[in-house]
Design a protein around this ligand. Structure first.
Ligand SMILES: Cc1ncc(C[n+]2csc(CCOP(=O)(O)OP(=O)(O)O)c2C)c(N)n1
Ligand SMILES: [Mg+2]
Length: 553
């Protein structure tokens, strides 16, 4: 299998020794490319190591073709070496799975293989996109007697392929009319843009819709909209701060919510939309998905977001303008401006290496076209809470399907391998350690990326939970400090490393890293308890100013 892949004239291969990393690397690459990426591995636990990436690919709708080598049937379940049960190994995480027959050199079998390949890739690319698994039992000798047959099927005499034209999701005019009837003319509405809403590149259509409806746009960092060029004036990028305030919530209950894609990361937003149960909560999502963990959707439209936006905007153009003089959206936007001003003021004056400021600084300084990967736990949340919507288009990604802290480095390196620059990853120390083995991919394949590690010596996210009150039990089981110096670990994997002590050093290290090829790791030390306190202070200051302004008004 490896020789066939290596000799294929039109395949580019990447050799990665750790299959868990390889799976995530392929995931990062496939997500960035929007194309199928194949992963090939040997039999046994090698194949099982792909499960985390396959699960993430399934939930985050990324097309992967997993090709696992296996023993032939006569060597299964009889203590043969490096042999486990690989039939349907990934269970429901694979969109489709096939256990192939052992190859015999039969011409008809070659034709069958080709059809399986066509079917598998077509399934991976059909909504909801995702991983497919083809298990390939091989009998010794594993190499054919002559030369390995070229799998370049474009050659003359190749077995026929099956063409599967991409499916277009038809937007029913009656459905659009029904949504227009509920949304048009309603003053108290919001547009919520979640991850995987298919909105990347749709910022012009979102702007038109926001204007027609007169509604504010609340966009998650991974929506493709928040940092995707949608006019910041149309957005309420501080919703996560504002909605922590009960008074603000009471005064800003929407009657209609139009939400795209998966649920946003903001807990405050989720709670607000769940607690108040707006009369209409319309979710537009990929066919075959049900992204409604709060069980509050009233309509679930399975449609392509771009086509749906066009159809809805066209329909609304013929309807009456929004009622109420747009006072509702003016109030949202005034609050947003105020909260943003307070946060920016505080961040500018912040001398501590506050984790929220790292997120805010990174997104503000990245050039258009850059790729920002954010780790789970606090990095993605901090980007949401503190990252200002900007005019520059930055491609923001993360593993928000299963929210694992595994494979984060490998995923970002997969995106880096596709070639756009700079690729920056902001990641927590535990996530960094979890995928430390993934770092070697950068050296082996001469990849360029900047990894910013927020080193708070453990799981900082848990300091925001009630468990934090449990003293030693908390520290040992949730805080999980490691006490390691990450710098020599990263250096051993071939990275240039800097541990910074102030903002000047941080900016200098980040700017240098983005300007040179290779892997840079910038370690930002932080204190979990202090960080949680600072976090609360930022929220409190923004809300205090808001209340003051309301009283003054
Ligand atoms: C594979 C996996 N194991 C465990 C978890 C549970 N978990 C969520 S956040 C977290 C702590 C992460 O720590 P770190 O990466 O340092 O980020 P921080 O919380 O400090 O921002 C853990 C263990 C998970 N999401 N994924
Ligand atoms: Mg941490």
């Amino acid at each position: 299998l490896a020789v066939a892949v290596a000799l294929h004239p039109r395949l580019r291969d990447w050799v990665i020794v750790d299959e868990r990393s390889a799976g995530f690397f392929a995931l990062g690459m496939a997500r960035q490319l929007g194309e199928v990426v194949a992963v090939v591995c040997t039999s046994g636990t090698a194949a099982a190591n792909l499960l985390p990436a396959v699960a993430e690919a399934s939930l985050s709708e990324v097309p992967l073709l997993v090709l696992t080598a296996d023993r032939p049937p006569e060597l299964r379940d009889c203590a043969a070496a490096q042999t486990i049960d690989q039939v349907r190994l990934f269970g429901s995480h694979a969109r489709w799975a096939m256990d192939l027959p052992v190859p015999t050199g039969d011409v008809d079998l070659a034709a069958f293989y080709r059809r399986v390949t066509c079917r598998a890739t077509a399934r991976a690319l059909t909504a909801p996109r995702g991983p497919v698994h083809v298990n390939l039992p091989l009998r010794e000798p594993l190499l054919p007697a002559g030369a390995v047959p070229a799998l370049a099927w474009a050659a003359a005499g190749a077995p026929p392929a099956v063409t599967v034209p991409p499916t277009r999701v038809h937007v029913d005019a009656d459905v659009v009319a029904a949504v227009a009837a509920v949304t048009g003319g309603e003053e108290r509405g919001v547009i919520v843009c979640g991850p995987r809403g298919g909105l990347a590149g749709c910022e012009a259509q979102v702007a038109v819709l926001a204007d027609r409806l007169g509604w504010p746009v609340l966009a998650d960092p991974l929506s493709g909209v928040r940092f995707g060029g949608l006019d910041p004036a149309l957005q309420v990028d501080t919703y996560d701060l504002l909605l922590r305030d009960q008074d603000f919530r009471r005064a800003h209950v929407p009657r209609v919510v139009l939400r795209f894609g998966a649920p946003p990361v903001s807990k405050a937003l989720a709670q607000h939309l769940a607690a108040r149960r707006p009369a209409h909560q319309i979710v537009v999502a990929t066919p075959g998905t049900w992204p409604d963990p709060e069980h509050v959707a009233t309509t679930l439209v399975h449609a392509d977001a771009g086509a749906f936006l066009d159809a809805l905007a066209a329909r609304l153009a013929g309807q009456a303008a929004p009622v109420g003089d747009r006072a509702w959206s003016r109030r949202w936007r005034a609050a947003a401006r105020l909260a943003r001003a307070v946060v920016d003021e505080q961040l500018a004056a912040e001398t501590t290496l506050f984790e929220g400021k790292v997120a805010a600084e990174v997104i503000a300084r990245l050039p258009a076209g850059a790729v920002l990967h954010v780790g789970n736990s606090m990095p993605v949340r901090d980007l949401d809470t503190f990252g200002a919507a900007g005019a520059a288009r930055v491609d923001v990604a993360g593993n928000r399907g299963a929210n694992g802290i595994d494979g984060v480095l490998s995923t970002a390196l997969g995106a880096a391998a596709v070639g756009r620059r700079p690729v920056v990853l902001v990641v927590g120390d535990l996530s960094f350690l979890h995928d430390l083995g993934g770092l070697q991919i950068a050296a082996r394949h001469r990849l360029s990326a900047l990894v910013v590690v927020i080193d708070n010596d453990g799981g900082g996210v848990f300091s925001f939970l009630p468990q934090a009150g449990y003293g030693d039990v908390f520290e040992r089981h949730f805080g999980t400090p490691h006490g390691l110096d990450l710098a020599p670990l990263a250096a051993a994997a071939g990275a240039r490393v800097r541990r910074v002590r102030d903002w000047d050093a941080f900016h200098d290290a980040a700017a240098r890293a983005c300007a040179q090829p290779g892997l840079d790791v910038v370690v930002v030390p932080s204190d979990r308890a202090l960080n949680a306190t600072l976090h609360d202070e930022y929220v409190a200051a923004a809300l205090a100013r808001l209340r003051g302004a309301e009283v003054a008004a």
